[in-house]
Design a protein around this ligand. Structure first.
Ligand SMILES: NC(=O)c1ccc[n+]([C@@H]2O[C@H](COP(=O)([O-])OP(=O)(O)OC[C@H]3O[C@@H](n4cnc5c(N)ncnc54)[C@H](O)[C@@H]3O)[C@@H](O)[C@H]2O)c1
Length: 368
């Protein structure tokens, strides 16, 4: 078990625990810190024994407990779900000094985190991510929110006090949900360093087999990288954190164009390759690197070419609604090389032209 404790600004401290068979730890942690009530929202698709491990730990620590079961998935990320959670929090007389717990994948933790951020102007919360994507990415960094017209349009920064990452949970994930998480790991490796990227390339087989040592290492490297960025720019005001959006300008637009009938990581994988083409055009990223990354993503089981149903026109329409837009400018994270990201600000028209070209180029199967 590894503990990554990190001090963010305003004395906010997030503790991230990564290990195996650690779900029961939570009850002890909360009791030691004097929390009275726990409001646990979990994904009902989780295997019974995992739910019992968490609930058992909380009961043993003698916390007054309210449990809410929901079904994870993009359909959950709505304002309606948040209203339902607020009502249940109120009925349970949840107050400051109590704890909200989100136990599920990224869709659940984004939504529950937003309910915690807004109820009583912010109540403490804990994340127990249950998908690889949530462990490597969504649970880290305090971004919470729901979809509203565009992806993640309504949200808040609200850092959890604790993140408990039990890697054994990936064993019960479907293959598609598992590889979806690998896309965000590849994104972190591309942004972070040649070493991380090389480690991934050398561990494809182990990761495909869900070897828990490899999975734990991939998660730890991702978490450490993301925390290193978030701790320096946690409200995305200095530009640094925007780098983490690599692949997401096109990825989010594809998700929206397909009405979320594609997994987040799959859309990001396609978005990564298209945005590497944009990086080639604008920053001279060598074409061979695009082929190399496409091969890595494909070996991990991820798609790299846009689906026919996500037409260029629709994708460009949704890019116009992107949160990274600043008036008539769009801020784009691109790559000069692996481990060398750069933020570029373009006029909206120029950005749409570049991304349109890159999208069409990626349709050719990412062959140099
Ligand atoms: N907040 C952030 O910084 C951030 C970062 C990246 C992505 N996200 C968001 O994360 C979301 C995607 O999250 P996700 O990929 O975890 O999807 P998800 O929450 O929909 O989970 C995927 C599926 O796996 C099931 N599931 C969850 N854990 C399981 C387990 N251990 N065993 C078996 N089944 C399990 C769920 O019921 C669901 O059907 C997107 O909405 C994306 O926008 C947020």
């Amino acid at each position: 078990m590894r503990i990554v404790g990190i001090e963010l600004v305003d004395s906010l401290k997030v503790e991230v625990v990564v290990g195996r068979n650690i779900l029961g730890l939570l009850g002890k942690f909360l009791a030691n810190r004097g929390y009275g009530k726990a409001f646990l929202v979990y994904d009902r698709r989780l295997p019974r024994e995992f739910i019992e491990e968490v609930v058992g730990g909380l009961k043993k620590a003698k916390l007054e407990l309210c449990t809410v079961a929901v079904e994870g998935g993009e359909h959950l990320k709505t304002v309606d779900t948040v209203v339902t959670l607020w009502k249940k929090m109120f009925d349970f007389r949840l107050s400051r000094g109590d704890m909200v717990i989100g136990f599920g994948g990224g869709t659940l933790t984004d939504t529950v985190g937003f309910a915690a951020a807004t109820y009583m102007r912010g109540i403490d919360w804990t994340v127990i991510p249950t998908t690889l994507l949530a462990m490597a990415d969504a649970a880290i960094g305090g971004k919470t929110g729901v979809n509203f017209g565009a992806k993640n349009l309504v949200g808040a920064y609200h850092h959890p006090k604790l993140v408990v990452e039990d890697v054994k949970l990936v064993k019960t994930l479907s293959w598609e949900d598992y590889v979806s998480g690998l896309a965000e790991v590849v994104k972190h490796a591309l942004l972070s360093s040649r070493e991380f990227y090389q480690w991934l390339a050398e561990n494809i087989e182990a990761l495909r087999k869900k070897d828990l040592d490899a999975v734990e290492e991939a998660i730890t490297k991702s978490v450490e990288y993301k925390l290193s960025i978030v701790s320096r720019d946690y409200r995305e005001t200095k530009g640094l954190r925007m780098l983490l959006n690599l692949g997401h300008t096109i990825g989010h637009a594809i998700e929206r164009a397909l009405d979320y009938q594609i997994r987040h990581g799959h859309a990001i994988s396609i978005g990564l390759i298209a945005e590497l083409w944009a990086s080639h055009k604008l920053l001279g990223l060598p074409v061979e690197k695009i082929g190399e990354v496409a091969t890595l993503l494909q070996s991990l089981g991820l798609p790299t070419t846009p689906p026919r149903e996500a037409s260029l026109d629709r994708v460009l329409d949704f890019i116009r609604l992107d949160k990274k837009r600043r008036g008539d400018k769009l801020v784009l994270p691109l790559l000069e090389d692996i481990g060398k990201p750069k933020l570029v600000t373009l006029d909206l028209d120029e950005a749409l032209q570049l991304l349109g070209w890159a999208y069409k180029r990626s349709l050719s199967g990412a062959k140099p």
